[in-house]
Design a protein around this ligand. Structure first.
Ligand code: SAM
Length: 281
């Protein structure tokens, strides 16, 4: 991987030692330098959807929305004028609709770009209601200048090639804002663990190799694992004690990528966090 000038030099030394920190999201974001990140991609708590204590920390829905809004406010400082913020969310229970409340306030911070619905295979719910099988992905940017590497499906659409005048008519089918082609993990190691293919589509579409990706609610480490596999820099945190395990998982993914690069005769990527033997880390 070619070193992206500035990224590592701009980071405080602790970011050269590890990928995932066991700490609170707000403290973690505050410790990152201003305008140092191209993509914040994160899957924060949903508010009372999952039984785990991390999803039930707030006295009411207003307190939850205030808190998440404060995290996204803090993220603005670390993002560049051309950067992107993407987060997962559930619309929320009928009387709360936490996501809708948050979205109303997000316009004061970011430029809204799109709302992707991820349709999952497994459904749950009540007998007198439609079953729930969806999760939302909200895409925001800092301005109207941003990275968007057009994602395409493997299926052919039949047109000769991509024509910017007719953006829906491409050789391969374009990805819409309803995703049903990537199933959830049926036996996740941890609640809400996202499939790597889902995160990979977002990382590849909204960032470039050498970019800095940040996830302040990293869970089992999925965003970090995918980011390093795709030759992005990564930093993340989680308040759960298995943040250490997530860090190990990202470190391992990075080592595997380096091993493949060495085998293929590519750049060995000497800029890896955790590789203190090198002069820069
Ligand atoms: C939906 S899960 C993320 C799952 C992740 N996408 C994965 O693939 O494993 C949300 C995470 O936020 C973490 N969390 C909750 N409150 C936090 C806080 N204040 N600071 C940091 N992490 C927090 C939880 O511990 C949980 O791991």
């Amino acid at each position: 991987m070619k070193r992206e000038s500035g990224h590592l030099a701009a980071l405080p030394p602790r970011f050269l030692m590890r990928y995932v920190f066991h700490e609170d999201a707000l403290a973690f974001v505050s410790s990152l330098p201003s305008e140092s990140v191209e993509l914040v991609l994160t899957d924060p708590p949903y508010y009372g959807i999952v039984k785990d204590s991390w999803d039930n920390q707030w006295r009411d829905v207003d307190a939850f929305v205030d808190w998440l809004f404060s995290v996204f406010t803090a993220c603005r400082r670390i993002l560049k004028p051309t950067s992107t913020l993407i987060f997962f969310g559930g619309i929320g229970k009928q009387k709360q609709r936490s996501l809708l409340r948050l979205i109303e306030r997000m316009d004061s911070l970011y430029v809204y770009q799109n709302w992707i619905t991820w349709g999952k295979r497994r459904a749950y719910g009540k007998k007198d209601d439609y079953l729930f099988t969806r999760e939302e992905i909200l895409w925001y940017t800092m301005s109207e200048r941003f990275t968007f590497n057009i994602p395409l499906l493997a299926e052919k659409r039949g047109y000769a090639g991509f024509n910017p005048k007719y953006p829906a008519k491409s050789e391969y089918k374009r990805v819409t804002n309803v995703w049903t082609d990537i199933p959830e993990l049926f036996r996740p190691a941890r609640y809400c663990q996202k499939p790597e293919a889902l995160i990979a589509r977002l990382v590849e579409t909204h960032s470039n190799p050498g970019d800095m990706v940040v996830d302040p609610f990293v869970g089992f480490g999925t965003t970090g694992i995918v980011a390093v596999k795709l030759n992005r820099y990564f930093a993340g945190c989680d308040m759960a004690s298995d943040a250490e395990l997530a860090n190990q998982r990202v470190m391992e993914a990075k080592s595997n990528v380096q091993a493949i690069q060495v085998e293929c005769g590519g750049d060995q990527g000497s800029d890896c966090p955790g590789d203190e033997a090198t002069s820069d880390c």
